[in-house]
Design a protein around this ligand. Sequence first.
Ligand SMILES: CCCCCCCC/C=C\CCCCCCCC(=O)SCCNC(=O)CCNC(=O)[C@H](O)C(C)(C)COP(=O)(O)OP(=O)(O)OC[C@H]1O[C@@H](n2cnc3c(N)ncnc32)[C@H](O)[C@@H]1OP(=O)(O)O
Length: 163
Amino acid sequence: MTDLLTDHAFQDTYPEELSHCYGCGSSNPHGLHLRSTWDGDETVATFTPQPYHTALPGFVYGGLIASLIDCHGTGSASAAAYRAEGRAPGSDPALRFVTASLHVDFLRPTPLGPPLTVRGRIEEVKERKVVVSLSVAAGDQICATGRVVAVRLPASMAPPPPA
Ligand SMILES: CCCCCCCC/C=C\CCCCCCCC(=O)SCCNC(=O)CCNC(=O)[C@H](O)C(C)(C)COP(=O)(O)OP(=O)(O)OC[C@H]1O[C@@H](n2cnc3c(N)ncnc32)[C@H](O)[C@@H]1OP(=O)(O)O
């Protein structure tokens, strides 16, 4: 289901108590297990939708595309915040982000079958907020674009650390 692009995905640095996300959590047996990494100044992830990700026969469900943009966007935001501070991803103090805003434009039908490439471009990095522009492509055709505003994880959403 998942295309492992790299041995060093941003999500590999998420601690166990933050690895349950439906889109990218390695501990979620029903999740997408999206894995994202740097490609120069951009970020990239790949994902191959399955037949149960259908919208209309032959085409990918838009909510799945939104999920890919969402999780690649928040992962990219964390990575960009670490890079801006010149620190290794996952190092302490942790820089964790959730989605404040998710915008998606579906430019053309997304074919079900080929792997999809999700790319992120960092537009803005502030202490509490990172803005990422994203695209989802099948082959060399961009099928959707998006924008994620990611904000530092609020204390109210943070799970307690393991005992
Ligand atoms: C590289 C390795 C990394 C390792 C670290 C690992 C970390 C692991 C972390 C996590 C695990 C994975 C998790 C993935 C998650 C996937 C995505 C989701 O599904 S997340 C669930 C859905 N999202 C929510 O449920 C949020 C609910 N909303 C909130 O809690 C608040 O509204 C929150 C925190 C988003 C904003 O809180 P405020 O409004 O108090 O924040 P204020 O300080 O006022 O704003 C900060 C900046 O953000 C802008 N902002 C806030 N909300 C905005 C919005 N809706 N649209 C646009 N901008 C917004 C503001 O304008 C401000 O920008 P200005 O600094 O002025 O430039």
